[in-house]
Design a protein around this ligand. Structure first.
Ligand code: NAG
Ligand code: NAG
Ligand code: CA
Ligand code: CA
Ligand code: CA
Length: 451
């Protein structure tokens, strides 16, 4: 626009710089009167942004020392190069008012101070006055984060003092209305460290102050709050979701220190004996457990089997009560990280009546004189039964009674005695059957025939 130069030249005699006579509550006024170009007076008003349309900016007539008559006759009007007509000159009152709401953020962004200028022109004679309106910031923008939520995955083994950069917020306002600080929601684990980048932007880091423990707190939800310095403050919040990743910090633990089981000595191969069970507070492969027997006697390795995944112990061989009444084996649980626990399994072998009494004739006189007295010992018999209790409790009898009878002597020994007189002419020869029967259910019997 070319009118500035011609106007400035055309002026020269008509203007003066009036004294400041009025000052509204929220405007300030400054004059710059050039001695060289005395016709040009600069007036500067300062107003806050966001005033309503029609709000008073300044009394231009008064401040320029012009009366309303002169404004009218001079057809006073505003010349501006701005596309938006922010101000309006009310010639009837001689005041400058807001024509269009002014948004400082839109007009100036981060630039401070924020102002725009325009001219008031009068004709007959021509006068040109420059007016500058400075716009001060109000706190009309809250800090905002670009995202609503940010996620972290942090190992529970992270060392104390580890730092995690947090996103910064933006606040379109300037100066003290811009972000002043960050606050982290109250928690026991993370602290906050605030920094300023070289361009003055503030940002924060989260600092690990207490150890993480996935087992007790697998997830943490925190909030980062950005606060500006306006009065009143405005703030913005972003959620911080922390997933605590597992470290193998828990060994497997058996649910019992001793497992008791019993197996019959008659049990078939594949018989279930018991199951051991360890659990591990960790997750993923850190809680995958395998089981094995530890320090097991070699011969038992063919008798018992421990499934490494299920912990189930089965019989794969033969147990014999008569050889071992119980077996004690150690079991070990190992997680994938190599941490272990051990426990004991006591397997009682249940006796079965699987042994018949064994009859041994220790001595036997195959001939007996006809006049042998009643009660003469004919044989000494030893009977043993490998079973125990009732299964090994023996009764010894003979079918040839009379003239013989059996009498227990020492433990496991029996005597076969004559129980009547003999008459060789009647019976010259006897076949004596001795029977030994245990008290098992069912009972087992052995016989032997003496002749
Ligand atoms: C192991 O024992 C725990 C409790 O002691 C139980 O919750 C779990 O189901 C058991 N595991 C198996 C495989 O039986
Ligand atoms: C331990 O685990 C075994 C196998 O799952 C189960 O039978 C037993 O009841 C558990 N013991 C306890 C004390 O929970
Ligand atoms: Ca603000
Ligand atoms: Ca603002
Ligand atoms: Ca863990």
């Amino acid at each position: 626009m070319g009118f500035f130069i011609p106007c400035a030249m055309a002026l020269g005699n008509s203007s003066f710089c009036p004294k400041l006579r009025s000052r509204s509550v929220w405007t300030t006024l400054l004059f710059f009167c050039s001695l060289i170009q005395s016709a040009v007076c600069q007036i500067r008003y300062t107003i806050p942004e966001e005033l309503k349309r029609g709000s008073l900016i300044g009394n231009v007539a008064q401040d320029l020392g012009l009366d309303l008559q002169r404004l009218r006759s001079g057809r006073a009007r505003i010349l501006t190069r701005q596309s938006i007509q922010y101000t309006e000159l009310k010639t009837d009152k001689g005041i400058l008012v807001v024509n269009e709401k002014i948004d400082r953020e839109k007009l100036c962004g981060d630039v401070t101070p924020c102002s725009f200028s325009f001219e008031v022109i009068l004709e007959n004679p021509m006068e040109l006055h420059r007016l500058t309106v400075e716009i001060t910031d109000i706190n009309d923008n809250a800090p905002t984060f670009r995202k609503e939520e940010i996620k972290f995955e942090i190992s529970e083994s992270a060392t104390l003092g580890s730092r995690f950069l947090l996103p910064s917020a933006e606040d379109a306002d300037v100066g003290s209305n811009d972000i002043q600080k960050y606050i982290l929601s109250t928690n026991d684990i993370f602290g906050l460290k605030q920094h300023s980048s070289p361009d003055g932007r503030k940002y924060a880091e989260m600092v690990l102050e207490k150890p993480l423990d996935r087992e007790s707190e697998p997830r943490l939800s925190l909030k980062l709050i950005a606060v500006d310095g306006g009065a009143p403050h405005k703030s913005g919040t972003v959620k911080i979701e922390i997933t605590v990743l597992d470290a193998n910090d828990n060994p497997p633990i058996f649910n019992q220190t001793l497992y008791k089981a019993a197996v019959s000595e008659k049990a078939l191969k594949g018989t279930y004996i018991t199951a051991v069970n360890a659990s591990d507070a960790d997750s993923g492969s850190n809680c995958l457990i395998t089981y094995r027997f530890s320090n097991m006697k070699e011969q038992l390795a063919d008798v018992f089997h421990l499934d490494e995944n299920t912990g189930i112990i089965t019989l794969i061989g033969q147990v014999d009560y008569e050889k071992d009444k119980k077996h004690e084996v150690m079991v070990e649980a190992t997680d994938k990280g190599g941490l272990t626990d051990s426990s004991k399994v006591m397997i009682e072998v249940l006796d079965e009546n699987d042994n018949a009494p064994a009859i041994n004739v220790m001595s036997f006189s195959s001939t007996v004189p006809e006049d042998a007295p009643v009660g003469t010992t004919v044989a000494i018999i030893n009977v043993v039964d490998a079973d125990s209790e009732q299964n090994g409790k023996i009764a010894c009898t003979t079918d040839s009674s009379p003239p013989f009878k059996i009498k227990p002597t020492l433990t496991n020994y029996y005597a076969l005695l004559t129980d009547a007189g003999f008459d060789r002419e009647l019976v010259s020869h006897y076949n004596i059957t001795v029977k030994a029967t245990d008290s098992g259910a069912p009972a087992l019997t052995s016989k032997t025939i003496l002749h």
